[in-house]
Design a protein around this ligand. Structure first.
Ligand code: HEM
Length: 549
């Protein structure tokens, strides 16, 4: 009888299992499955809530609570980075605390503190943009894999197998940017001169002679005037910068953020066709002008086939690294510069002009200042010209430009971490992505005061009673809170041209035109475009304008 005792436990277990199995009705199976599915979610949320505000065990920035393992904070990110960042930008009531979020297993570090972003830019050996060039080229510019392969040699963080000994396109092109786009270079001066000439030509074509006012939708109208003018300053006259091309360009540009979030281009109505139309024109243009490239002397800074020497040299360099008939790849690489040129500077110029025209008192002050550097005044038959160097030194014009940049841009600096890197008191792990979220500090009340959302150029000038040294210190500090052109090795190489063309456009439009603006205010800024550089308005504004009499 005793022999049955050792079997008592298995019997009990079998009995328990048996009763469990016999209780497995369809309802209970569903319940247990639900519990099993909920367990990791509840666990993840509980643990991440308990750790909220603390660095991770590797010393990374704190991770805000999240529910879903692996998926992490992805849905919040897709719903809108601006909203997500607004939620996380403060730690313990203070702005600027960095955060770590997860999206489908990818670590993303969000930096909103201007000092931390500056430190990030200084780590440009291990924190780099380069691995993101592949995504940018394919998703935004429609480049085939061969386009990225041509650009890849020498890029840090990019597999170099099979690329040994190939020309380092990106390094060579950056040297060109320095030679052609830096201040005081003959190329930059010349490009600005061509821009002003083309701007006047556009105004001549689009503003009727005679004293009649016409109605314009301001932002759309500035696009119409500036798109061909700046396009010709860089790409010459053979690229057909027609209204139709501009329409396609802006239709594609509107989808920029969706494309960057990896939406397939064919799913966004009309975008693939619009981009292809612009690409096709770049293909046609290269076919038309390419035979001439070796007949143009190296010291010619601009001529009508290729435009600026920068573009001519970029065409030659790209021909060195791509098959001649890989037309889509050539064009995608040229499209990237055309986009950099047009897509940011024009919206920003529009904000400078809109704020200047529609903020009481600003236009009058600007005109008084601009009168000091007019070279040839406006007449009813010609457009004014200015000494562009002097424009760059006018305090009020520059204050208007800085304030419009502060409110009208939202440029982020995405970077990949190549090696574990420490800065600002935290560790950033290899493989993580860092988002330098400059736009957050630009509109943070703690940094700019209660009037943060108001266009107030006077904040960039000495306040009444403030001595010059204190004002200069304060303005320098303001400048560290704004990074509209990014920073580090990938800082925008076109920023000096952008500054000159925008100041020249404002000067010509302020002194060469008369505006009727009574009762009209600057439109609201569409901040949902967060992350894409120049911001659009929520609505355009209709104004009346005529030539200065
Ligand atoms: C107000 C106007 C402009 C703004 C706000 C702007 C903003 C930016 C930003 C934020 C970046 C990325 C920087 C980073 O990752 O840290 C960038 C890159 C770039 N921009 Fe601009 N930009 C402007 C005008 C221009 C113009 C006029 C040109 C051409 C002449 C240009 C050409 C480029 C190019 C080629 C790059 C890529 C640089 C690289 O390959 O590393 N941009 N820009």
């Amino acid at each position: 009888m005793n022999s049955s005792v050792p079997n008592a436990a298995p019997d009990a277990a079998t009995g328990l299992l048996g009763s469990l199995v016999s209780s497995l009705t369809p309802t209970n199976i569903a319940l247990y499955t639900l519990l099993a599915a909920l367990l990791p979610i509840v666990y993840t949320f509980t643990v991440s809530t308990l750790n909220d505000g603390k660095p991770t065990k590797d010393g990374e920035p704190p991770v805000p609570p999240y529910w879903m393992p692996f998926i992490g904070h992805a849905f919040g990110l897709v719903a809108g980075q601006e909203k997500m960042v607004a939620k996380y930008r403060k730690v313990d009531g203070k702005p600027g605390g960095p955060r770590t979020i997860y999206a489908f297993g990818q670590r993303i570090y969000l930096l909103t503190d201007p000092a931390a972003v500056s430190l990030m830019y200084r780590k440009s050996r291990t924190v780099v943009f380069d691995p993101l060039i592949e995504l940018t080229l394919a998703q935004l510019f429609g480049g085939p894999p061969s386009a990225f392969k041509a650009l890849a040699p020498g890029l840090p963080g990019v597999d170099q197998t099979g690329l040994e000994g190939k020309p380092e396109w990106c390094k060579l092109v950056h040297a060109m940017y320095v030679r052609e786009l830096n201040p005081k270079t003959p190329s930059l001066e010349n490009m600005t001169r061509i821009f002003v000439r083309e701007l006047s030509a556009q105004l001549e074509e689009n503003v009727p002679a005679g004293g009649e006012y016409m109605e314009v939708d301001l932002f759309a109208w500035i696009k119409k005037i500036m798109f061909p003018a700046s396009g010709r300053a860089l790409y010459g006259k053979k690229l057909r910068l027609t209204d139709e091309l501009a329409r396609n360009f802006w239709h594609w540009d509107k989808a920029f953020l969706q494309l960057f979030k990896m939406y397939p281009d064919f799913m966004i109505p009309g975008v693939r066709a619009a981009r292809q139309a612009v690409t096709d024109e770049l293909i046609r243009w290269r076919m038309e002008v390419k035979e001439l490239r070796d007949q143009i002397a190296d010291d010619v800074l601009w001529e009508e086939n290729f435009g600026a020497r920068l573009v001519r040299d970029r065409v030659k360099l790209t021909e060195m690294v791509l098959a001649e008939d890989d037309h889509q790849a050539h064009a995608a690489i040229h499209l990237s510069l055309l986009w950099g040129l047009e897509a940011n500077a024009i919206p920003v110029a529009s904000w400078v002009i809109a704020f200047a025209l529609l903020t009481p008192g600003v236009l009058e002050r600007l005109k008084e200042e601009l009168a000091m550097c007019v070279e040839t005044p406006a007449t009813s038959a010609s457009w004014p010209t200015f000494d562009v160097d002097k424009l760059g030194k006018l305090p009020f014009l520059n204050a208007v430009w800085q304030e419009a940049l502060r409110l009208g841009t939202a440029s982020i600096s995405p970077r990949m971490v190549l090696e574990d890197t420490e800065f600002g008191g935290y560790m950033f792990k290899k493989g993580g992505m860092i988002q330098g979220l400059n736009p957050v500090a630009q509109i943070e009340e703690e940094y700019w005061g209660k009037s943060v959302a108001t266009f107030n150029p006077d904040r960039w000038l000495p306040y009444p009673g403030e001595d010059a040294a204190t004002a200069a210190r304060r303005v320098r500090e303001y400048q560290t809170r704004m990074r509209p052109f990014g920073g580090g090795l990938s800082i925008c190489p076109g920023r000096h041209f952008a500054g000159q063309e925008i100041l020249a456009t404002v000067a010509v439009m302020a002194m060469g035109l008369e505006w009727k603006t009574e009762g009209i205010r600057a439109p609201d800024i569409d901040r949902s475009f967060f992350g894409a550089g120049g911001l659009p308005p929520k609505n355009d504004v209709r104004l009346r304008v005529r030539r200065a009499q």
